[in-house]
Design a protein around this ligand. Structure first.
Ligand code: SF4
Ligand code: SF4
Length: 394
């Protein structure tokens, strides 16, 4: 059996406290996936928020996010990939080379997309020895032809899943999966909305922990429900009113790669909203559960994910406007992983929006999974907070 990577060790967390349960989320997911796998349930790896998990659930599979958040797998990845590449891509690929991600080793299929160039070319290499299905994502979000093409891609994925797993994806199974995923999105949205309070009951770090790499995992959903019930009437955390309210935007901070968020909060900030794929970006729109054609409804929801690979990505700017109004941040911090061209270039538009439309201080941080520049980043974050204070003092 493949050894579990450090990210997959169990924490021995309590079932009674949902926040503790999510501290050990990877271990819980691993137990669940191993049991399901042993019973013949197919494990399907996913790499991106454009993948409709509903299709995998409706085909009887278990969708598991395989994005790597560990710096430890990067050196081996750099034997095949350029060093000057996004650490998320390198980390994910490193697990593949080392055969060290137990979820990946159990996967019968990996579903990936044509999003950024680095991912696409990495998928070619990974596909040399693993079964992959690539969804071709059109990148002009307002074109009707693009949506139709995307929907066709989703139908092709259904056919692949049906053939591979010898099942038929029925209308009823699709609608059931849509309801489950809408419930998961609704719960995580409601948890995120708690941060709009003047005195939020949890930190930004605690909030981003409240997610699972496996969707359709009943215990995880029960823990999300319990977290919402427990936190809804809880008092604000200590100093919640005096910390600098921060909106973070940019690249995903996958499990194990949250160090910048930690630093932002350790230096006196409170991350009240996170506009990225590990935050609210994939949660703000549901799939229309009453639609006559559920495949069309799925295509529409997922085609609307405002990733920087889209051109032009106006929907992300609209999402940021909505988040600034709702969460009332005092500044915005944009994170781009090293060599992420799409987010780093789009940062120009985000900076102008934040400074010119909202008059808020803005900080752009480009870094990687290593914390070697943490001291430098910390100084810049403190300088940002100083400008917030000056603005507050008028
Ligand atoms: S940022 Fe874009 S490419 Fe990355 S997971 Fe999100 S949608 Fe996919
Ligand atoms: S962070 Fe940027 S470069 Fe890395 S996978 Fe996402 S879109 Fe691609």
């Amino acid at each position: 059996m493949t050894a579990s990577p450090s990210c997959c060790s169990k924490s021995g967390s309590s079932k009674d406290d949902p926040l503790e349960w999510f501290d050990g989320m990877i271990g819980h997911c691993l137990d669940y996936a191993r049991e399901a796998h042993a019973q013949g349930v197919p494990i399907v790896g996913i790499m991106c928020e454009y993948t409709p998990r509903e299709l995998i659930l409706a085909a009887g599979g278990l969708p598991v996010c395989l994005c790597g958040g560990s710096a430890k797998t990067i050196p081996v990845a750099e034997q095949d990939l350029p060093a000057n590449l996004c650490p998320l891509i390198k980390s994910t690929y490193g697990y593949h080379v080392m055969d060290s991600n137990p979820f990946l080793e159990m996967a019968s299929l990996i579903v990936a997309e044509t999003t950024c160039d680095g991912k696409k070319k990495m998928f070619e290499l990974m596909g040399e020895r693993r079964p992959m299905h690539i969804l071709e994502l059109p990148q002009k979000p307002d074109r009707a032809e693009g949506l139709a093409f995307w929907e066709q891609n989703l139908h092709e994925l259904v056919t692949r899943l049906e053939d591979l797993f010898s099942v038929t994806v029925t209308d009823g199974a699709l609608r059931d999966a849509i309801a489950r995923m809408n419930h998961e999105r609704w719960t995580r949205r409601a948890l995120a909305a708690l941060m709009s309070s003047d005195h939020p009951p949890l930190t930004g770090r605690q909030l981003i922990n409240l997610k699972t790499i496996i969707s359709g995992f009943p215990e995880a959903q029960a823990q999300l429900d319990a977290a919402l019930a427990a936190l809804t009437h809880r008092d604000g955390i200590q100093d919640s009113g005096s910390r600098v309210r921060v909106l973070m935007t940019g690249v995903p901070m996958v499990h194990g790669a949250e160090w910048v968020l930690d630093l932002v909060e350790e230096r006196g900030g409170l991350v009240v909203a996170t506009e990225n794929c590990t935050g609210v970006k994939p949660l703000l729109e549901d799939v229309d559960d009453g639609a006559a054609d559920p495949m069309r409804a799925l295509a529409e929801k997922y085609y609307h994910v405002p990733c920087s690979v889209m051109m032009a990505n106006e929907a992300r700017l609209d999402m940021l406007r909505e988040l600034v109004r709702t969460y009332r941040p005092q500044c915005v911090i944009e994170l781009a992983w090293q060599a992420c061209l799409t987010y780093s270039i789009e940062a120009n538009r985000v900076k102008r929006l934040v400074e010119e439309e909202f008059g808020l201080p803005y900080l752009y941080i480009e870094t990687d999974y290593s914390t070697s520049d943490a001291a430098r980043v910390g100084v810049r974050v403190e300088a940002l907070y100083e400008s917030v204070m000056q603005q507050t003092r008028g």
